[in-house]
Ligand binder design. Structure first.
Ligand code: ARG
Ligand code: ZN
Length: 483
């Protein structure tokens, strides 16, 4: 896939819709996730058997992403960025717990220079090996031990190029940086356990030149201007995957308000995008209320939008609580990124292969929103896509088995993933379908989901055997016969 192919692919699904119409156009967790996690850990077993944390979380699409042997509970990131020289000074304090005895463990960090590293305040030996930052604490960590890693580092962050050719991570702009990390880029700006299986809370203390704004996830705790710089303190309370962290910097126009539901909204908009963005951003409270009505309670206490001008990026990302847009979004895109807050952010992936659980759901949310706001129905969206011939790229691979990290943002994941949900809806009926969506969001809130878990849930709530149908739509290559 080319760098900018994913969002246009998504937009194409809805082409034909007016962009200006009305409103513009726990059991599951216990049952499924540990099994999947155990499978992941099993693939990393050679290291897990010893006292060395594995170099990856065991994800076949991104074998070095994440690490074994510990879980991070909290990241405390203190960053200072000079938008003129593009120099970053950072200190990351990770509070983690060992899941095995550890004489050594890895963090993920790409580029940058590490100048100091302590584990529980004792200097720890460390070396770099590609994206792995290999840490040998002075004393071995006991299984179950909580420990604190402090990394000081600096340098000029460089984005990574993903297998699909897109840029990811800390991406400089003319007035700051667009910061987005899916699937790998978090490690370009902080040392992380960089896989969505490991979710943590975050604090950010971001210092930028006066006149620039630094926007992260969650709630703004305060700002302070002194000596030509401004410091922004952000707190992300609910657990978050590293790829959903942001610290986007620019000369933004800022607006803050609280919705009737008590959600704290913070919008930051590049003035050059403001005229196009504003009418769309103003819909956010209505979209959040709509999402609550369909999917159940909004999973976070904060929300908002970051609208940047980042021509090198070519996509938006559902950064937790506050999506980041490379340019003014249209309403479909706002709905898409908002739906991800339930599907993708609150309910996280267990492996990247299951990316359709994020993108198929967010795309289907666009269809539902359209259908319920006087636009094209989901059935029409399905029919339009289904009319594509068997040789169309839409059918190139099945959504729940894309085959490699280079394909996780391809049309089959977004569009055929959404089609699979529509087929499910038709099979179980609207009421049960909505119950499935709501139960999925509720049972895996702040946790993880798997495709097998979703199928099991759909069967449980519908009382039907859906394996054949869903297997065809999710796992079978080629264009399925019309259900
Ligand atoms: N999850 C984002 C979206 O659908 C797409 C991110 C694409 N990332 C990338 N590196 N190509 O809204
Ligand atoms: Zn998406």
């Amino acid at each position: 896939m080319s760098r900018s192919s994913q969002r246009p692919a998504r937009r194409r699904l809805l082409s034909g819709r007016t962009r200006g119409g009305p409103a513009l156009g726990r059991r599951g967790v216990l049952a499924t996730v540990p099994v999947a996690l155990a499978a992941l850990l099993a693939t990393a077993s050679p290291a897990a058997a010893g006292t060395t944390g594995a170099a990856g979380a065991g994800d076949p699409y991104f074998p070095l992403a994440g690490n074994g042997g510990y879980h991070v509970r909290h990241y405390d990131l203190t960053l200072r960025y000079d938008t003129r020289t593009r120099h970053l000074d950072g200190r990351a304090v990770l509070t983690a717990r060992a899941t095995q005895r550890l004489t050594r463990f890895d963090l993920d960090l790409s580029g940058l220079t590490v100048t100091g590293l302590t584990v529980d305040h004792a200097e720890a030996a460390h070396r770099r090996d590609g994206q792995e930052l290999v840490v040998t604490p002075r004393h071995a960590l006991r299984k179950g031990q909580e420990f604190r890693v402090t990394v000081t580092y600096h340098g000029t962050p460089k984005p990574v190029t993903d297998p699909d050719g897109s840029l990811d991570g800390w991406i400089p702009t003319d007035d700051g940086a667009f910061v987005a990390g899916e699937p790998q880029g978090a490690m370009t700006w902080f040392p992380a356990n960089n896989h969505p299986t490991d979710k943590a809370s975050y604090d950010f203390t971001l210092t930028v030149p006066k006149g620039r704004t630094a926007v992260a996830n969650g709630v703004l705790l305060g700002t302070r201007t002194a000596g030509g710089t401004t410091t922004f303190r952000w707190h992300q309370a609910e657990p978050m995957a590293a790829y959903l962290a942001t610290a986007t910097i620019g000369a933004f126009r800022v607006r803050q308000y609280t919705t009737r539901d008590g959600i704290r909204v913070y919008d930051a908009v590049d003035p050059r995008e403001a005229e196009t963005a504003e009418p769309v951003l103003r819909q956010l409270p209505a979209v959040l209320a709509w999402g609550r009505g369909v999917f159940g309670p909004y999973p976070f206490r904060a929300a908002g939008s970051i609208v940047d001008r980042a021509p090198d990026v070519g996509y938006a990302l559902e950064t937790q609580t506050r999506p980041v847009y490379d340019s003014a979004p249209d309403l479909d895109t706002l709905v898409h990124e908002t739906a991800h807050q339930w599907f993708g952010d609150s309910v996280s992936l267990t492996t990247w292969k299951d990316i359709w659980l994020n993108e198929g759901f967010a795309t289907y949310a666009e269809w539902l929103y359209s259908e319920q706001h006087g636009g094209r129905s989901a059935q029409q969206a399905f029919d339009t896509l289904y009319a594509r011939p068997a040789g169309d790229p839409l059918w190139a691979y099945p959504p729940a088995d894309p085959g490699s990290g280079a394909r996780i943002f391809g049309t089959p994941v977004y569009a055929r993933g959404a089609m699979a949900l529509h087929v499910l809806r038709r099979a179980v009926g609207d009421r049960t379908f909505v119950r499935i969506l709501r139960t999925w969001a509720a049972e895996h809130r702040d946790g993880h989901g798997t495709t097998a878990g979703l199928i099991a849930l759909a069967e449980r709530l519908s009382g039907r055997d859906l394996r054949g149908l869903l297997h065809t739509w999710l796992y079978t290559p080629g264009k399925p016969v019309r259900p």
